[in-house]
Design a protein around this ligand. Structure first.
Ligand SMILES: [Zn+2]
Ligand SMILES: [Zn+2]
Length: 360
């Protein structure tokens, strides 16, 4: 995507109270039936991945029954999966059970989408697939978590966050360490038609390195790439390659070029009646947030202060989310020369420097 650097000069006035997450206000998480243009039936299964956090999984009733995502496997997640299958029988007259699932496609390596793999495999002889760039998050869970946490630590030091707060945030980051183990992956999902299936795969890195969207006729399973109301969380590529706002915006532009998508089916929230408009709105939202990020460093400051400027004071895990989201935007501007490190002369001999940013 072409970046207009002139856009990032000058002061912008904005409201700093914009939330990272908008609550799912009027979305009713109920099982819902959809049909593709060639007549393939799809059921949306809204699972309670975490308290107040619904992940939509989809059951695709093709020759091979495919489940797209399986939520967290934690708390009420598996129970809500069972309830959804019961509802398919009771309310939709479908004689399908979890044991009938032959293929499990994981849209990306976030635990609210793949954590339920062990439960599905306990009940079904399904083969499990994910994009290569997210494979080892699932199959080599502990190693990836610990190594990534070291990069998060470096990132947090540079933000100006205190050592005490960093220790707290790292504990939150590693919340899943004791709760999850690795799961086997049977096949890697690549760009293009998925063999022996009605799906066409689009790799859409940014929110997650191996994020994919799946096309089924005129339906697009957008996973966490495009959502009905919220904008998916971003974090800097300096922590995990193939994340970052640059990849994300490029991948939005890629999906925007697809012809004939009638309906988007996201990993959270309700269906998306106009995917194209939603992509435009999401791009516009990030352009605005880039402007705000630039405005927040008019006075040279560390990332943590810029995050407070963008999101206000946050608590607990939301501090980490705000720092990562700010980091993604600041990195995007820095990589494109729109901001620079103001104190570079002071940090040359410092092994753990705090970087202070200002507009170029
Ligand atoms: Zn996600
Ligand atoms: Zn998600």
């Amino acid at each position: 995507m072409v970046v207009n650097l002139r856009k990032y000069s000058g002061t912008v006035v904005f409201n700093t109270a914009s939330p990272i997450w908008k609550p799912e206000m009027d979305y009713q998480p109920v099982v819902k039936r959809f049909e593709s243009s060639s007549g393939v039936t799809v059921f949306r299964l809204p699972l309670l991945a975490f308290p107040k956090h619904v992940t939509n999984c989809y059951l695709v009733m093709d020759e091979a029954v495919t489940l797209i995502d399986c939520a967290s496997g934690w708390g009420d997640s598996n129970e809500s999966l069972e309830r959804c299958f019961q509802q398919l029988q009771d309310d939709f007259g479908q004689s399908v059970a979890l044991k009938d699932v032959q293929r499990l496609i994981i849209t990306h390596g976030h635990v609210d989408h793949y954590g339920g793999i062990p439960y599905v495999l306990e009940h079904a002889k399904a083969s499990v697939g994910i994009h290569a760039l997210d494979r080892s998050v699932v199959s080599n869970f502990a190693e990836r978590l610990i190594v990534a946490s070291k990069d998060v630590e470096v990132f947090l030091h540079r933000t100006g966050t205190s050592a005490k707060k960093i220790a707290e945030l790292l504990l939150l980051y590693k919340w899943s360490k004791e709760r999850y183990t690795s799961s086997p992956i049977d096949f890697e999902i690549e760009e293009g038609p998925l063999p022996d299936s009605p799906f066409v795969v689009y790799h859409t890195p940014g929110h997650c390195p191996g994020q994919i969207c799946l096309r089924l006729d005129d339906l697009l399973f957008t996973a966490d790439h495009v959502l009905e109301r919220i904008t998916p969380h971003q974090s800097p590529e300096s922590i995990t390659r193939n994340t970052g706002l640059g990849h994300y915006l490029d991948a939005l532009a890629k999906i925007r070029l697809l012809d004939g998508i009638r309906l988007g089916l996201g990993g959270h929230e309700a269906e998306i009646p106009n995917v194209y408009e939603r992509i435009d709105a999401t791009m516009g939202f990030h352009r605005q947030r880039l402007d705000k990020t630039l405005a927040c460093c008019q006075e040279p400051g560390p990332l943590k202060d810029i995050a407070i400027g963008l999101f206000g004071k946050r608590e607990g895990y939301h501090i980490l989310l705000a720092l990562l989201e700010t980091g993604a935007h600041l990195e995007y501007l820095y990589d494109r020369g729109a901001v620079v490190v103001d104190n570079y002369q002071d940090i040359e001999d410092d092994a753990h420097p705090v970087l202070r940013y200002r507009p170029a």
